[in-house]
Design a protein around this ligand. Structure first.
Ligand code: AMP
Length: 120
């Protein structure tokens, strides 16, 4: 399933951040994605990596998004290594049951404390 629906996803808060309408400190910024700090951190380090293409969630990604998804993971790994030397967790909440609250695909990079498993 593919959903490159600009009318839906570009109007999320993340679309506004990408367009620069909401200012954030860009920890990472390239042609494919950007990263910034989560406004409500649940760990000492809590970063968000978001693609600049409009995909609603990981569950909406298709083969057309493979390169972008690989890029996102690579950037998340580099940020995790840089900001969380003790280790980190990468999370992609997808859909209601997972608690996704912004309908624009994003990766959480969490670290700076020990994390239990399984997540709640
Ligand atoms: P999720 O619940 O997985 O959809 O994650 C969305 C995340 O976006 C939440 O952790 C929010 O705290 C975060 N968030 C929402 N608005 C902003 C914003 N303006 N700046 C930074 N993070 C935000």
């Amino acid at each position: 399933m593919s959903q490159d629906n600009a009318n839906t996803t570009q109007d999320t808060i993340f679309g506004r951040i990408i367009r620069g309408e909401i200012p954030v400190e860009r920890i990472h910024d390239d042609d494919v994605c950007m990263a910034f700090r989560d406004i409500a951190p649940v760990a000492p380090v809590h970063l968000l990596v978001i693609p600049k293409t409009a995909v609603q969630s990981l569950g909406h990604a298709s083969t057309a998004h493979e390169v972008m998804l690989g890029h996102l993971l690579r950037v998340a790994g580099e940020l995790g290594r840089q900001y969380c030397p003790g280790g980190f967790r990468v999370v992609a909440n997808s859909g209601v049951d997972a608690g996704q609250s912004v309908d624009h695909l994003h990766l959480h990079v969490l670290g700076g404390r020990h994390m239990s498993w399984p997540p709640g």
